[in-house]
Design a protein around this ligand. Structure first.
Ligand SMILES: [Zn+2]
Length: 466
């Protein structure tokens, strides 16, 4: 990213005057300059950086040195992107079990560690040096300018929680530095406050940008609209993400605030912000300068074409403290390679869920539990929900417990009717008789147990994995 910033800064003054005649928004200037980079240029640049980081990791990271040796690989064997499939994946468990084996600099060079709770309870750990952090901060700042035109005029309220093992994109640290210290916006960052205190802060400082994970924004929206007129608060842009955000839920948030809600995506151990939507909201622009993404077939590990849905495998192209090569995020999604109408040459990605979201059900089918998001969140009264799987006498039982602002049989019936039309459930009920008719229970908002961040979406009591 440093190199790209340098190139942009070098070219910017020459065309600045001309561009300023067209627009006074700094973001448009950056976009126009960046448009000059073709996807072809970016690919060459990525390959150059990839070869460098592979050689660096082989020489400095005990984990990768061993992995390459075990597989009789040398850095020179990786000549193109297609050669990457020769390298086995790095799994999240590797970062849970022995993060220090990835250390590629002396331990005293690390200045912070980000943790993410894993499915087995043991957090994944990623350590960062000051140099790593500086690069991340610069890339987030550039993304803020390019995608949202963030400037000194902005007042930004972020309420991301910072805790041990929390699944949040990075920490507030990166955003405060990027948008505050580098761009010069006024940052109002705290953890989460009570609704009353939140409202008081918004009224006192008038932020125009607000950000937190989708479920928290959704909760705030529902609670605050009871006591005030949300559009009158003047929030124009809402950053959401860090968890699945169905379009229906986004639209509910946008309508309530009369604001634009854009989705960002990151993975603590890879990068706190890997991709973000532009105003067109048609997929998230991937930071291809710092991260290489491969989309692979989860069954056979082969590379998939752009547009095909597969597992997302990341390589950090600039990380020096603890580089990751072919890290399997277990996210499922696809690349959209067509150039976005905003003109940024960066590819866009769409994420549909995680391989862990595939739940075996009925007669050997795999149900993608995210299908429930669109059904539940398209009902305006529904605030949040949980799915519970049980098995009785060999028959799968699906219960949906949904927090609803109104509790009545009409809403309940509407949800049941949509769920039984999901083809795999319909087959299980009517054809293979392996699934009982789903149960929908409506409860008052805030009835479901939440950890510090969100509701556990899926509970599987069937003991299938024991
Ligand atoms: Zn775009």
């Amino acid at each position: 990213m440093n190199e790209v910033i340098k190139i942009i800064e070098k070219f910017a003054p020459y065309i600045k005057k001309k561009l300023e005649e067209k627009s006074d928004r700094p973001t448009d200037r950056y976009k126009l300059v960046l448009r000059k980079f073709s996807q072809n240029f970016l690919e060459k640049y990525e390959l150059f950086k990839l070869k460098k980081i592979i050689k660096y990791s082989y020489n400095n990271s005990p984990f990768y040195h061993k992995l390459f040796k075990q597989n009789s690989l040398k850095p020179s064997d990786i000549k193109s992107f297609s050669d990457m499939i020769k390298i086995p994946y790095t799994q999240p468990e590797d970062l849970q079990n022995n993060p220090k084996s990835f250390f590629s600099v002396p331990e005293n060079k690390f200045v912070n560690v980000l943790t993410t709770a894993g499915s087995t309870g043991k957090p994944k750990k990623a350590y960062f040096t000051k140099e790593d952090n500086d690069k991340i901060v610069k890339s987030i700042a550039l993304g803020g300018k390019l995608l949202y035109g963030i400037s000194q005029k902005d007042v930004i309220r972020f309420t991301f929680e910072v805790g041990y093992g929390t699944e949040i994109w990075g920490t507030r640290y990166y955003f405060d530095k990027a948008y505050g210290e580098i761009i010069g916006a006024l940052m109002l960052s705290t953890g989460r406050l009570s609704i009353k205190d939140e409202l008081a802060i918004i009224k006192e400082y008038n932020p125009n940008i607000f950000g937190d994970v989708t479920s928290r924004i959704s909760y705030l929206t529902n609670e605050m609209k009871k006591i005030c007129d949300l559009p009158s608060l003047g929030i124009q842009t809402i950053f959401i993400g860090a968890e699945p955000t169905p379009n229906t839920l986004r639209k509910n948030i946008e309508k309530a605030w009369n604001a634009n809600a854009v989705i960002g995506y990151g993975i603590n151990e890879v990068g706190p912000l890997i991709a973000g939507e532009c105003d067109n909201k048609c997929g998230m622009h991937l930071n291809e300068i710092n991260y290489l993404l491969e989309v692979v077939d989860p069954e056979n590990g082969e590379h998939l074409e752009d547009g095909e849905v597969g597992e997302f495998i990341y390589t950090t192209l600039d990380r020096k403290g603890m580089p990751l090569i072919r890290y399997n995020s277990h996210d499922l999604g696809r690349i959209i390679s067509e150039v976005c109408i905003c003109g940024l040459p960066l590819k866009r990605i769409e994420i549909y869920g995680r391989t862990d979201d595939l739940v075996p059900i009925g007669a050997g089918d795999n149900l993608f539990t995210r299908k429930f998001d669109d059904i539940l969140f398209s009902v305006p009264e529904i605030v949040d929900y949980q799915i519970v799987f049980d098995r009785k006498d060999g028959i799968d039982q699906i219960s949906i417990i949904a927090e609803s602002q109104k509790i009545n049989k009409i809403i309940q019936g509407e949800i049941i009717n949509k769920i039984i039309k999901i083809s795999k459930i319909e087959n299980g009920i009517n054809v293979s008789k392996t699934i009982a008719k789903p149960i929908v229970k409506l409860v008052k908002p805030n009835s479901l147990e939440r950890d510090s961040i969100k509701i556990k979406r899926v509970i599987d009591n069937r003991g299938l994995y024991e």
